[in-house]
Ligand binder design. Structure first.
Ligand SMILES: *Cc1c(COP(=O)(O)O)cnc(C)c1O
Length: 234
């Protein structure tokens, strides 16, 4: 067994234990394997081990690694999780099944436009800034509300909002991390009540260092890179 296969197995076991420990239904927490900065060879090792869900944060890298993989293996799914420039949307939607980092209405408009062109429906998550030190995501409720409403008003038929994503602050303070995750859950519940036409079932939160807290706080998808693929060399 190679180390990637071994790490995947270990993380999946830890996710399952956390589900059990925190009274989460078994199998409700997905693992997004974040392969950024790791070569295509690492992705292939994970696929051979039976893992099909991946995340990348830069579009160029995602396209370089995944356009071939996607055409060979229809089970493989890629999510874009990094800040997305408008001029990269066309490429992003060609390779991804979900954009998790929607942080402004202009991006929604461009995703709709590019998806309509290729007749592809795409899932999206609204990224929310729940940590003071974070630069990405919606910073205030009004802007987020406006973006959700923009979709609810029927402007984005090729875009399917399925939930929310956040990054906890970079800290050892568990209480701060927990606060960040629980605030995303509360926000999701609030917006679900405001917009019953959507099914906000996904909470993408938790990374290598904090995913067990995230699962306790209701995460449905943990995004894990280092603990699967090792340290990144930038
Ligand atoms: C890199 C990255 C991850 C994975 O981080 P690790 O600490 O390596 O697990 C998760 N989410 C986002 C948005 C990332 O950019």
């Amino acid at each position: 067994m190679n180390s990637i296969e071994n790490n995947l197995k270990e993380i999946l076991q830890k996710i399952e234990s956390a589900e059990q420990k925190y009274n989460r239904t078994k199998g409700t927490v997905k693992l997004l394997a974040v392969s950024k900065f790791h070569p295509v060879d690492a992705v292939e090792k994970a696929i051979s081990a039976g893992h099909f869900l991946f995340g990348e944060n830069r579009v160029q890298e995602a396209v370089a690694k995944f356009s071939d993989i996607n055409s060979f293996n229809k089970d493989v799914e890629l999510h874009i999780i990094g800040q997305l420039q408008t001029n990269k949307v066309k490429k992003a939607v060609s390779v991804a099944s979900c954009i998790e980092s929607v942080d402004r209405i202009d991006l929604l408009k461009e995703i709709q436009k590019q998806c309509e062109k290729i007749n592809k429906k795409i899932k999206i998550l609204f990224e929310v800034n729940t940590a003071e030190d974070s630069k990405s995501g919606f910073k205030n409720y009004e802007d987020l509300y406006e973006a959700v409403k923009y979709c609810a008003d029927g402007n984005t038929p090729f875009v399917e909002p399925i939930g929310f994503m956040t990054m906890a602050p970079l800290t050892d303070d568990e209480a701060l991390i927990r606060k960040s995750f629980s605030s995303l859950r509360k926000l999701s519940e609030k917006l679900q009540t405001e917009f019953p036409m959507f099914n906000f079932s996904e909470l993408s939160m938790g990374m290598s260092n904090d995913y067990e807290i995230a699962i306790e706080e209701g995460s449905t998808e943990v995004r894990i890179g280092t603990a699967i693929f090792g340290e990144r060399e930038y």
